[in-house]
Design a protein around this ligand. Sequence first.
Ligand code: KIV
Length: 270
Amino acid sequence: MAAETTPSPVNIATLQRMKARGEKIVCLTCYDASFARVLEDAGVDVFIVGDSLGMVLKGYESTVAVTMGDMIYHAANVARTGRHALRVVDLPFMSYATREQALGNAARLMREGGAHMVKLEGGAVVAGVVEHLTRHAIPVCGHIGLLPQSVHKLGGYRVQGRDAAGAEAVLADARALEAAGAGLLVIECVPADLGARVSATVTIPTIGIGAGPACDGQVLVLYDMLGITPGKRPRFVKDFLEQTGSVPAAIAAYVRVVRDGSFPGPEHCY
Ligand code: KIV
């Protein structure tokens, strides 16, 4: 009988190697122990325990009300059954306003929530915080383009970097985060050509959500790609359950099309 092989744990070096080889990184949001098992069985490389949980699990209108308690609770549930996927956990709104606050809260996500890496929103403005965290051995994932925690400042969820100045600002944010020591970068809702430019500019792996197929990997909010989220579906979301009929088959289909580069297609891009 053939011995069962256990996949090696995914870490930042794994993702760097995948970028270098042009192998796509498969990422999904994950908020609980049961889905952690299903997603890992299907071959997902990276879990983001995102503050989107405030909207899809708790019914808030935005992510602004999400607390450290929420993040730790869900991250710890994911960590309990997670075996090899890299676990990236969001620092929620206003939990990283100062360097000291960021350090204390990031340490809690790692100690109490089992995070391997923390994610925070913003570019050059948060570079000092990112540098402080990485100097203290906390791996950081940046998040640029559309910043959902800034929805009230932005006045809505809109595609970012559409004009030349906006695109340059997104590129400058990416460079600032890389220079500050970020190891991974989520790019949300930007034109596909800008997603490609950012991914070619920085040496760290990029994970796109509505940022085109040239990013080094892709992420979707789990409940969106299972078609559970009510309301108008953003252009970049595809319902994988619709065509496949079961949750494991939907996740497997997503893994397949991200790996082979056929998702997102032109119809999912800005
Ligand atoms: O909160 C979240 O789920 C996220 C993903 C969209 C990457 O930040």
